[in-house]
Design a protein around this ligand. Structure first.
Ligand SMILES: NC(=O)c1ccc[n+]([C@@H]2O[C@H](COP(=O)([O-])OP(=O)(O)OC[C@H]3O[C@@H](n4cnc5c(N)ncnc54)[C@H](O)[C@@H]3O)[C@@H](O)[C@H]2O)c1
Length: 135
């Protein structure tokens, strides 16, 4: 069972939600962080019972990191770099919605933090191709 937390509870989580609902024996939701607590609470109710919600993702990382195996980041683009950096620095892997970040400079920074396999994005796109070229 992989215990996955969400940072961001907006529109694109409908796509991730499907995977969790289709594979309940393999995936569970450890927690959901979004300053929009109504959105976080709604998503939590759709995905299971007793899923903790947080207004601040840093508080979620500090509180339940030991109960998480990975984090899905589904926030606006400009937040991907700081959030993925915090997740990777905490030792957890991150799946980041596309685009993984905003420019090559950010990508280099993110790449420098990454342990192999710890960062992926939801689609192979131009940004990720550029990332491979950094190697
Ligand atoms: N909607 C789509 O079809 C789609 C498709 C592909 C990729 N994406 C990508 O997914 C990402 C999110 O898109 P979306 O459509 O879900 O946007 P959205 O605006 O519907 O949702 C973003 C969520 O992030 C939350 N958020 C903002 N600041 C936060 C913070 N500090 N901590 C935690 N949560 C915070 C917002 O409250 C909101 O609930 C974007 O990078 C977008 O490019 C979206």
């Amino acid at each position: 069972m992989q215990r996955i937390a969400f940072i961001g509870a907006g529109g694109i989580t409908f796509a991730h939600k499907k995977a969790f609902l289709q594979h309940p024996s393999q995936l569970s939701v450890a927690g959901i962080a979004d300053p929009n607590l109504d959105a976080a609470t709604k998503l939590a109710a759709e995905l299971g019972k007793g899923i903790p919600v947080f207004a601040d993702y840093k508080e979620m990382l500090a509180s339940i990191k030991d109960r998480m195996d990975g984090v899905v980041i589904t926030t606006p683009h400009f937040l991907h770099l700081p959030m993925a950096s915090d997740v990777l620095n905490s030792g957890l892997p991150a799946l980041v919605e596309k685009p993984v970040c905003c420019n090559t400079e950010e990508l280099r920074l993110l790449h420098s933090l990454e342990k192999p396999g710890a960062l992926c994005s939801s689609r192979t796109n131009a940004t990720l191709r550029s990332r491979r070229e950094l190697d």
